[in-house]
Ligand binder design. Structure first.
Ligand SMILES: Nc1ncnc2c1ncn2[C@@H]1O[C@H](COP(=O)(O)OP(=O)(O)OP(=O)(O)O)[C@@H](O)[C@H]1O
Length: 256
């Protein structure tokens, strides 16, 4: 299958330091890739570089098999991608005004803007908030609005930088399920950065582990969790293993 996005020799410099140095990374159409790693390992920098939001150097940057010329084609390509950040970054105005923003900038007729936005709000189960001010939303609602805004333009690839970090566990679990359903139904690929391993099974097809800007391992969640490729990956996933073991031990003690 031709990858949706395939990059080689990605390097991001912050000051004089190279903070991302990844020889190869590919995202398949419709695939959801989680990126995990310690603080400061370069996860956000990698995401921002791939989304063409910060300067980076690429050996090659291929979109659906075609070599993209950067920076000349960056603007056109960015229209096929969307980004959701940890903070919802909504503009003053109503939810509807926020969700139609990207479509407005693309010159989509007003009636169509509203139709598409309403559809996205329904898919994210927040159509009742359409006419609410963006300043009168809970954190979970605001994050749903920012995801609806990102998806309204029909991106082929959605980047999510710790989008659930400020949500409570229930809100997070419901949003993960809704997001997975929407991404699968629309065939949208996604790359999401997370610190929370519980987000991986419901959302990710593959996991990439980054440390000090280097890709230590990439594989299915089962591969990474059961066959960690390096001691650092083992230490990272150990926390998740310990949790499962503790819960199992508790269950055995309680009996059937
Ligand atoms: N705007 C910036 N200017 C200078 N250095 C930066 C900047 N942003 C990030 N860095 C540095 O680049 C490195 C990678 O940071 P980055 O935010 O990409 O890591 P991360 O894995 O996303 O971290 P975290 O998990 O803490 O969010 C870090 O050493 C950080 O200090």
């Amino acid at each position: 299958m031709t990858a949706l996005l395939e990059v080689t020799d990605v390097k991001v410099k912050r000051g004089n330091r190279v903070v991302v140095d990844v020889p190869h990374l590919a995202i398949q159409p419709g695939e959801v890739l989680a990126v995990i790693g310690p603080n400061g390992s370069g996860k956000s920098s990698l995401l921002h570089a791939l989304a063409l939001l910060i300067p980076a150097s690429f050996g090659s940057y291929r979109w659906e098999g075609r070599q993209v010329s950067l920076p000349q084609e960056a603007l056109a390509l960015r229209r096929q991608m969307a980004v959701v950040f940890q903070e919802s970054l909504l503009l003053t105005g109503t939810v509807m005004q926020n969700v139609t923003l990207g479509l407005r900038l693309r010159g989509v007729p007003a009636a169509k803007q509203r139709e598409v936005a309403m559809e996205m709000l329904e898919q994210l189960r927040i159509s009742h908030l359409a006419h609410r001010s963006s300043r009168q939303l809970s954190g979970g609602e605001a994050q749903r609005v920012s995801i609806a805004r990102a998806l309204a333009t029909g991106p082929r690839l959605l980047y999510l930088d710790e989008p659930m970090a400020s949500l409570d566990v229930l809100a997070r679990s419901h949003l993960l399920a809704d997001l997975r359903r929407i991404l699968t139904a629309s065939g949208t690929a996604a790359l999401f950065v997370t610190h929370d391993f519980t987000e991986i099974p419901p959302l990710a097809d593959r996991v990439a582990v980054l440390a000090e800007g280097k890709l230590l391992q990439i594989g299915t969640p089962a591969e990474v969790f059961n066959q960690p490729a390096t001691p650092l990956v083992r230490d990272l996933v150990q926390v998740a293993h310990d949790l499962v073991r503790t819960l199992d031990a508790g269950r055995r003690q309680e009996g059937p």
